[in-house]
Design a protein around this ligand. Structure first.
Ligand SMILES: [Zn+2]
Ligand SMILES: [Zn+2]
Length: 265
């Protein structure tokens, strides 16, 4: 059983390396039946990683062109990764991935996933790992309930640099937020992005959270958060194996008609 779809991908329209067309061509070569582009929505408080202001119409027009060009070969889907601290994205999309990349402390938006020095700063400003986790997860759950995106992106992104200890108290607050968020989304993302960057050897979210999703009857969708086309299916095989081990029998895939369950048994 192979997964032939990835709807969490970045291109030169935000912080990805490749053009949309290269991503689509690569997906086609890998035998995918669908690929979605989900560049970062505009964040006014940090313009370094996101789509430039006012580019939304050109972004959707280019995706429309590719959808038509590759019609009958692969479904090209228009998505967006909506940073939940930013403004609502001003464009029509087929789906929305809701993600939190910043924590606002003292009026400043501090990045969660940029690099170790910034994460250290964030830990200090929040008053330690557990305090940061409480804040990050409870704000994320609130934002998810407000926005109700299709997909909840990289739920425990704050574990990217392995600098937050996974204590019982940490697990409790992560679980509580996840359980609150699950009913508001179609799927929780299982994201291999940090594996592709060589930072982790397991996907987001951690196994205990995957167990929570399964026990709560939530759905998962596999992605690699690809910032370069060759990573479109990064670690998909071993991640499916992990999901099977944890008792999952299906994942969702996004196709032209919508989200569909795919058996992984
Ligand atoms: Zn993200
Ligand atoms: Zn992303």
């Amino acid at each position: 059983m192979q997964i032939g779809s990835n709807i969490h991908t970045h291109t030169v329209w935000s912080d990805g390396r490749d053009s949309m067309e290269t991503v689509v061509e690569t997906a086609l070569r890998k035998g995918f039946h669908s690929v979605g582009i989900s560049d970062h929505s505009y964040t006014w408080f940090d313009e370094r990683y996101c789509m430039q202001r006012g580019k939304e119409a050109a972004y959707t027009a280019e995706l429309r062109r590719l959808r038509e060009r590759y019609d009958g070969q692969i479904d090209v889907l228009t998505g967006i990764e909506y940073d939940l601290a930013g403004d609502a994205p001003a464009l029509e999309t087929g789906y929305v991935i809701g993600s939190a990349h910043y924590v606002r402390i003292g009026g400043e938006y501090l990045p969660v996933d940029e690099d170790v020095p910034n994460f250290r700063r964030l830990l200090e400003a929040a008053g330690g790992g557990l305090e940061l986790a409480k804040r990050y997860f409870s704000e994320l759950a609130e934002q998810i309930l407000r926005v109700r995106p299709d997909v909840l992106g990289h739920f425990d992104l704050l574990t990217k640099f392995s600098m937050v200890e996974e204590t019982e108290a940490y697990r409790d607050c992560a679980r509580e937020a996840l359980l609150a968020a699950i009913p508001a989304v179609k799927a929780v993302e299982v994201n291999t992005g940090a594996m592709a960057r060589g930072l982790r050897n397991s996907p987001y979210p951690a196994d205990f959270l995957l167990q929570t999703i399964r026990e709560a009857g939530g759905q998962v969708i596999l992605s690699s958060d690809a910032h370069r086309a060759e990573h479109l299916d990064f670690a998909f095989g071993e991640t499916l194996e992990r999901l099977r081990r944890l008792g999952f029998t299906q994942v969702l895939e996004r196709r032209k008609a919508g989200f569909v369950p795919v058996s992984i048994g």
